[in-house]
Design a protein around this ligand. Structure first.
Ligand code: AHR
Length: 337
């Protein structure tokens, strides 16, 4: 039997495991793809186009807005959508995309839940002759490269979002804070880069200290639970940086349950610009939110049409983001989702 114990004792050699994985993927109709120098697969300039959209999960307003933007643009763009939902599982997202490849869709568009596990499937799609556009999050560039293995990455600069959140926090706390950081889904480019951008700025400010940093998986209830535990371990916390609005809203609930006032005892800053986040800013409970736009449908349509016509598409189509705090939140409500 294959157990962790005999695996560790090498009674089951790695070579056998690798061969079994390869055999399994062959049986399933897929061989392991490696990066190569072949050109990107072509995209037919036709309508309708069968387009696969593989969503990561649908448990927050950001994801719902992203999915809706594809549903809304489909008819206008001449796309027949094949849509899946990975229910927060990177391996289900891989399987969803494998099924799209097996169905020979014309184009695959997806936000990779995590950077590393979703990179090889991009190569498999290329090998199968199906072009890919990544939206929102990117994959590990040492495995699959934008412009070479897939058409482009359309998305925000997550490092910059983290920097902007940190700059606001430094300013609004006078450069003195004990910070709890609620990280997004482990292994997601959005979580990795938002952490890097924020932590690098904080490290340059000696009065600012990150006292705890833990994943809340970009989910409201997980954010609340993590914050509840961290509040007990660190009652001296004065600020929270959450990688998205949903976790910040969960943290606000935990702060209130602990008898503290969000926005007064603890300053919160976050990323997304959802309606819920903007309402919390207007109520004085959330300090600021850096916008992260989920509206990729029209951008992906535009990129696909250009690519199909043979026009040049840059490897990164950068999305620029607004910023909301008490100074502008009321007149910006129209941008919430
Ligand atoms: O990748 C973008 C992030 O993913 C959004 O900030 C978050 O709300 C979503 O789940």
């Amino acid at each position: 039997m294959l157990s962790l114990e005999n695996f560790n004792k090498r009674k089951f050699p790695l070579r056998v495991l690798a061969t079994s994985a390869l055999a399994l993927s062959m049986v399933a109709g897929f061989s392991i793809a490696h990066a190569d120098d072949s050109p990107l697969p072509k995209l037919a300039n036709k309508k309708p186009l069968r387009v696969g959209f593989a969503q990561t999960e649908s448990n927050n307003p950001w994801r719902l807005a992203e999915t809706k933007s594809f549903k809304d643009v489909a008819a206008k763009c001449g796309w027949q959508m094949v849509m899946t939902d990975a229910n927060s599982s990177a391996s289900k997202q891989v399987a969803d995309i494998q099924s799209m490849i097996a169905q020979h869709v014309d184009l695959i568009v997806f936000p990779p839940r995590e950077e590393k596990p979703l990179a090889p499937i991009v190569l498999q799609a290329k090998k199968a002759g199906i072009p890919v556009i990544l939206v929102d999050r990117d994959v590990d560039q040492s495995v699959a490269k934008a412009g070479k293995d897939y058409i482009t990455f359309i998305g925000s600069d997550f490092i910059n979002q983290g920097q902007r959140a940190a700059d606001w926090l430094v300013k609004s706390t006078g450069g003195k804070a004990k910070i709890i950081e609620l990280e997004g889904s482990t292994g997601a480019s959005a979580a990795n880069d938002r952490k890097k951008g924020f932590d690098d700025v904080i490290a340059k400010n000696p009065g600012m200290q990150i006292i705890a940093s833990q994943s809340g998986d970009f989910a409201r209830d997980k954010g609340r639970q993590v914050m509840e535990t961290l509040l007990q371990a660190h009652p001296d916390v004065t600020a929270v940086y959450a990688h998205n609005d949903e976790m910040a809203l969960g943290a606000i609930a935990a702060i209130k349950a602990a008898g503290k006032q969000p926005g007064k005892d603890i300053t919160l800053v976050t990323i997304d610009g959802t309606k819920g986040g903007m309402d919390a800013i207007a109520a004085g409970e959330l300090g600021a939110s850096v916008q992260s736009s989920p509206f990729f449908g029209p951008l992906a349509c535009d990129v696909a049409q250009k690519f199909a016509k043979g026009e040049t598409v840059p490897p990164w189509v950068k999305v620029s983001d607004r910023f909301y705090d008490k100074s502008n939140v009321k007149e910006s409500m129209q941008y919430g989702y």
